[in-house]
Design a protein around this ligand. Structure first.
Ligand code: HEC
Length: 138
């Protein structure tokens, strides 16, 4: 008699342990599932981010393939102001005006040396260049 009671106690305790360890596993599973969901949303968001930075990437490419870097550096004044200084001075609302300046050329905002005109450049491409330059703002 005593023995069966002891045994059933043992069984109860054992099954309790079992239940606890099982529920823990479920927690871990649920957690990793939510991690997967998070990863998935990250992946789904990333193409949008790439699209948002695309005008700037294109702008850098345009700057690199034009003559800009013979007069401008990112962080140092050479013939023209550094692009970082340009970025500090202007905001998004100046994009049109700066694009026009790149196409028409001109002087006066940084000194008496003039920027040569780039009359072959489209307004859209000039704006992409300006967007890239403004993205260097610290
Ligand atoms: C021959 C040298 C030269 C070249 C080539 C040149 N720049 Fe400039 N850039 C200058 C100078 C000089 C200034 C300063 C003009 C001023 O004082 O208003 C300037 C100013 C600028 C400004 C600021 C304009 C303002 O009004 O503050 C931007 C933006 C700019 N350049 C972008 C470009 C881009 C993009 C290119 C290539 C398509 C380019 N530059 C090619 C010499 C040059």
């Amino acid at each position: 008699m005593m023995k069966t009671v002891k045994n059933s106690y043992l069984l109860m305790i054992l099954s309790l342990f079992f239940m606890i360890s099982c529920s823990k596993k479920e927690d871990v599973l649920a957690e990793s599932e939510s991690n997967i969901v998070q990863e998935e949303t990250k992946l789904m968001e990333s193409p949008i981010k790439i699209e948002q930075t695309l005008p700037e990437n294109e702008g850098l490419k345009l700057i690199e393939t034009s003559d800009c870097l013979s007069c401008h550096q990112m962080d140092k004044k050479i013939v023209g102001p550094s692009y970082q200084n340009v970025a500090e001075k202007y905001t998004e609302s100046d994009i049109d005006q700066l694009a026009k300046k790149i196409i028409d050329g001109g002087k006066g905002n940084w000194g008496e040396v003039a920027m040569i005109p780039h009359s072959g450049l489209s307004k859209e491409d000039a704006q992409k260049m300006v967007r890239y330059i403004l993205s260097l703002k610290k």
